[in-house]
Write a protein of this length. Structure first.
Length: 336
């Protein structure tokens, strides 16, 4: 069970792919929001159960209904990959009915030590993938994540092909936004990165985002360039996943798009502001060298938070220490 957020749900996918490969006789049922169903399409022995937040599974009575609904599927064990009140309630109900259960340890203590301003303990914490694998291990299913399984590149529909008009170019995805401003690379610098990459006619640059404001910004960025296309608002979510699976590289913030690209086996370059890959959120199967972090010599309190939701005075410009030229070089490196 993992209900949100987009990046966190995407991070369960590589672990579940490893599970079904290593335990082909065991059936998995994923409980999540219906919006995330496409993440799990095509995974063998996996059934998706839609959590109906607004009606059937709303509130405490809804969680009792959820337990009853899922119990009908003859569940033998319950893996709580969320560790929030709702998932804890369902997990407890399974335990009371005599089923095995295990809950993800989010490592709050280590994250607190990593992000505090004083006496910071700056070291790599276990990744979320390792934490998820530990849950299955506790249920009697140890996992080896060292031989990743990825889906085939999707065959692109004519609607997508009409929009991207690709002439055998390398496909570079760029997702310049994140939930919090402290994780967003300054727009003027991102424009420099895009302009520099767009100089090469053998690159096709596809911009990803969502919501009216982001679409307007991406439209204005893409307008001057023939080989830069804003995909936001033009295709459905499922089509977006198909397109991302065909990218040669994705440039992203510490955000959901990074994890979506990684779960599809795409190379990902990430840019980090207030957060840091040491907290365990480096996208799956990506090298730390492809995570460009803000300069800790100039900004010694970094990382200031795990999710980027904390505003620290004087740290607004931390990401300006990541130079556009560095970003361009790192992206091009992935294409060779």
């Amino acid at each position: 069970m993992r209900l949100s957020a987009m990046g966190d749900v995407a991070m369960t996918v590589p672990v579940l792919r490893a599970f079904v490969k290593q335990y082909p006789t065991v059936k998995l049922t994923v409980i999540s929001r219906p919006f995330f169903k496409p993440f799990f399409d095509g995974i063998p022995n996996l059934e998706f159960f839609a959590f109906d937040e607004k009606e059937r599974h709303k509130g405490f009575p809804g969680l009792l209904r959820l337990f009853k609904d899922v119990k009908k599927l003859k569940i033998d064990a319950f893996a709580d990959l969320h560790n929030v009140l709702r998932s804890k309630v369902v997990s407890l109900l399974f335990a009371l009915s005599g089923k095995k259960r295990a809950t993800v340890d989010k490592g709050r203590e280590g994250k607190k030590e990593l992000t505090r301003a004083e006496n910071k303990v700056f070291k790599q914490l276990p990744t979320m993938f390792e934490r998820h694998a530990k849950v299955f291990s506790a249920l009697g299913f140890p996992l080896d994540l060292s031989k990743p399984v990825f889906p085939e590149k999707a065959v692109l529909s004519s609607d997508i092909l009409d929009i991207i008009r690709n002439e055998n170019q390398k496909l570079i995805g760029i997702a310049p936004f994140a939930q919090y401003d402290s994780k967003v690379y300054p727009l003027d610098l991102m424009k420099e990165v895009i302009a520099k990459l767009a100089e090469n006619p053998s690159y096709k640059i596809l911009l990803f985002g969502g919501g009216k404001k982001e679409i307007e910004i991406l439209d204005s960025i893409s307008e001057p360039f023939e080989n830069v296309i804003n995909m936001a608002g033009k295709i459905k979510f499922q089509q977006e996943l198909q397109l991302i699976s065909n990218l040669d590289v994705m440039l992203s913030m510490d955000s959901g798009n990074a994890h979506i690209a990684a779960m599809l086996g795409v190379k990902v370059v990430t840019l980090w502001g207030a957060t840091h890959p040491y907290a365990g959120f480096l996208p799956f199967n990506q090298s730390l060298e492809n995570a460009l972090t803000s300069d800790r010599n100039q900004y010694p309190k970094l990382p200031t938070s795990v999710y980027g939701n904390k505003v620290v005075e004087g740290y607004e410009d931390a990401m300006r220490t990541i130079l556009p030229q560095q970003v361009v070089e790192k992206v091009i490196e992935q294409l060779s």
